[in-house]
Design a binder for this molecule. Sequence first.
Ligand SMILES: CC(C)(COP(=O)(O)OP(=O)(O)OC[C@H]1O[C@@H](n2cnc3c(N)ncnc32)[C@H](O)[C@@H]1OP(=O)(O)O)[C@@H](O)C(=O)NCCC(=O)NCCS
Length: 169
Amino acid sequence: MTVESQITLEPAHPEEARALLEIHGAAVHQTASSAYPQAILEQWSRRPITQARVERIRQRWIENPNHRMVVAKHKGQCVGFGFIDKGGELQGVYVHPDYGRRGIGASLLARLEQEAIVLGLSALTADASLNAEAFYSKQGFEVIEHGVHRLASGQEMACVKMRKSLSGL
Ligand SMILES: CC(C)(COP(=O)(O)OP(=O)(O)OC[C@H]1O[C@@H](n2cnc3c(N)ncnc32)[C@H](O)[C@@H]1OP(=O)(O)O)[C@@H](O)C(=O)NCCC(=O)NCCS
């Protein structure tokens, strides 16, 4: 049986906060590493993962009532996640590098688009990381402009502002 056929998608649970941060860290520091300077990568995903940060992420990402977050699992283990907010901003999709290029990111995005439609949204926008532009383009996002994304630390990083209309889905 292939890994792809064993992937399940589920809403995120609070107890998964550390696992999601570990995926985030691996995706940023490995998959995205050639697209940004080290100083930006360190701000985008800080190391080490402290318990205080796990708690913050649990509250800000998973338990945030303005978010819809979906987790991809393989044999019960979290391998990727993505989330949107109720304003129609795609906050990000992250897949562990060990599970990359198996369609998991695309599946997460498709589920998030369905969540967005249920919320009554007509489009999703994203500050796509430079390394992820090709991924989002493949899923039907269009480039609006090149710009900057402000991280929680205040650090700015180059990004591509993208948009996908949900009408017709
Ligand atoms: C972006 C990301 C979520 C994609 O996840 P993934 O599961 O590897 O992507 P998929 O396998 O679903 O890719 C689907 C298609 O998108 C395109 N694609 C994905 N990654 C690509 C890349 N690095 N370069 C070019 N095309 C890419 C391909 O067409 C791919 O299909 P193919 O593998 O049959 O060629 C993952 O690479 C990641 O976590 N990146 C680091 C974190 C990040 O930058 N996230 C975005 C924040 S806004």
